[in-house]
Design a protein around this ligand. Structure first.
Ligand code: DAK
Length: 257
């Protein structure tokens, strides 16, 4: 049997590929466990400064595996902590994580992409929360993260009609950071990830943490958090190096401390 998740290292970037092409990359335990294990490994690897999560050209992931879920009852789903266990591992990653989405990102696939720090979409990408067609609702953040990304009106429209949204609409509405021609998606995403990984890792982590604070706090609390982290950045060797390099008109050599 082929591995449900493949990993590669490209310079300072860890790439995770969901690999169930026969099932449109539907997310089962093997996939979600594999993603979590890969995130663990890349987080622990000091050489890695950014993580990219992708699928194939047809699907990022067409949702949780419907065949696995269909006969579950409440007690079984609750007691086995059904696919909740490892789903949040992406969310807890401290290094930046980019989702590179081509083809379908539906249901749990769309939710998993939204757990990443940002989404780069191929022009072939299609996003949706079609759970209503299956007699259920988004269960991994779709009703919460989607309205924060695209606003209440469009989130209601997508979740209640189950329709798909193409890459252009996803970019217009703020779900995705960039749309890239499908044949260049991975190259362009890896290029951006290498850029991020070339900066000071603790600074990238501080920026990620500060932006995520914007979703968890009032504006004043968020600004206070940002100010404290900003002040703390003056304790970094990389801040001394970055500013000295600018003044001396040379490239900085960040050492992640
Ligand atoms: N699960 C299982 N198999 C799937 C699948 C899925 N979600 N999506 C596609 N496949 C399989 C198809 O059954 C088919 O298998 P074979 O018949 O060849 O064996 C193969 O992939 C190719 O699919 P199609 O023949 O359907 O291909 P088409 O190009 O015609 O259509 C499609 C592609 C993506 C539009 C269509 O397959 C489709 O509508 N798929 C289902 C999309 C969907 O409803 N997704 C939402 C699933 S519910 C939670 C976390 C997450 C969730 C819940 C809880 N917790 C943390 C608690 C998430 C729930 C969901 O995602």
């Amino acid at each position: 049997m082929s591995q449900a998740v493949l990993t590669e290292i490209h310079g300072k970037v860890g790439l995770i590929r969901i690999n169930r092409p026969e099932a449109m990359n539907a997310l089962n335990d093997a996939v979600v466990d594999g993603i979590a294990a890969a995130v663990d490994a890349f987080e622990a690897d000091e050489n890695i400064g950014c993580i990219v999560l992708t699928g194939n050209d047809k699907a990022f992931a067409a949702g949780a595996d419907i065949g696995v879920m269909k006969d579950f009852d409440y007690m079984q789903a609750y007691r086995t902590d059904f696919i909740t266990r490892n789903w949040e591992r992406i969310k807890t990653a401290r290094k930046p994580v980019i989702a590179a989405v081509a083809g379908f990102a539906l249901g749990g696939g769309c939710e998993m992409a939204m757990m990443c720090d940002m989404i780069y979409a191929a022009d072939s990408a299609k996003f949706g929360q079609p759970e209503i067609k299956l007699g259920t609702l988004p269960g991994a953040g779709g009703t919460q993260r989607l309205p924060r990304a695209v606003g209440k009106a469009k989130a209601m429209d997508l979740c209640l009609t189950g329709r798909f949204m193409d890459a252009a609409e996803a970019e217009q509405s703020g779900l995705v950071a960039r749309v890239i021609p499908a044949d260049r998606l991975l190259d362009e995403t890896l290029k951006a990830a290498q850029t991020i990984a070339g900066y000071s890792l603790p600074v990238a982590m501080m920026i990620k943490e500060s932006i995520n604070r914007a979703y968890e706090s009032s504006l004043n609390e968020g600004l206070l958090f940002e100010r404290r982290v900003f002040h703390a950045s003056f304790g970094l060797e990389d801040q001394k190096e970055g500013m000295a390099a600018f003044v001396e008109k040379r490239k900085p050599a960040f050492r992640n401390r």
